[in-house]
Design a protein around this ligand. Structure first.
Ligand SMILES: [Zn+2]
Length: 235
């Protein structure tokens, strides 16, 4: 078919990484993370008004599963690039890439990201896990407090293991499914606990009534016995 104008397509090319990006991701970091490096696509922000540090497109829309990092983050602008900002953004997007359900900011995502942050350790004098925030759990909605608690415990357990990050992602996805099932049953369990407490209260109440009845009968029997003894003396 003939076209009226030339058609172009963008192709990625390997380039020398910006020095700040190279410095933020040395080889020994990936040994600590126990993670295969994920390619980075350095991109300009789509508009001056967009607050944008990085993103993770669905794998089918990438060339090599790459994740995108904003150029403004890795090249000097009004301020020098910060290692912790580059690394926390890269690992945030890497957590999206590693999980099967890539686009959510839920407790599974929070746990995966924390595994990477905890393994990365301290950057420029501050623990990288402190870079995580409520934004990373926004899809948990009303379960956010429990979600953070679950993610924190799961991440701390997995971060210290020798398991590769890719395997941690599989474990997290499986456990998250089970945790959600457990959470869905919470209302039923609360109802069952209330019914049991009510039954216990009724049982205690019935015991009290029986005790008063027995005490009354005992009193009457005592009075009767006393009267009979008195009658014997009179006789
Ligand atoms: Zn994200």
């Amino acid at each position: 078919m003939q076209v009226s104008s030339p058609v172009k397509a963008l192709r990625q090319a390997e380039v020398t990484p910006p020095p700040a990006l190279a410095a933020a991701m040395p080889t020994h970091l990936f040994e600590r993370l126990r993670m295969n490096p994920i390619p980075v696509l350095v991109m300009d922000s789509p508009s001056a008004h967009t607050l944008w540090a990085g993103f993770c497109a669905a794998s089918e829309y990438t060339e090599q599963g790459e994740i995108a990092i904003g150029r403004c983050l890795v090249e000097p602008t009004v301020r020098q690039p910060r290692r912790s900002a580059i690394l926390s953004t890269y690992l945030h997007e890497a957590a999206h890439r590693l999980l099967p359900d890539q686009h959510h900011h839920n407790a599974a995502f929070g746990a995966m990201m924390l595994v990477l942050y905890l393994r990365a350790g301290s950057i420029d004098g501050a623990d990288l896990w402190q870079s995580s925030g409520l934004y990373d759990y926004q899809d948990e909605a009303e379960n956010l407090p429990q979600g953070f608690n679950w993610a924190w415990r799961t991440a701390n357990e997995l971060a210290t293991t020798e398991l590769p990050a890719e395997e941690c992602a599989e474990i997290i996805a499986q456990r998250y499914g089970k945790w959600q099932e457990w959470l869905a049953g919470a209302a039923e369990r609360k109802q069952a606990r209330l019914a049991k407490a009510q039954a216990n209260a009724q049982y205690i109440e019935s015991l009290k009534e029986t005790r008063f009845l027995l005490a009354g009968l005992g009193f009457m029997a005592g009075m009767l016995a006393g009267a009979m003894i008195a009658l014997q003396f009179v006789a």
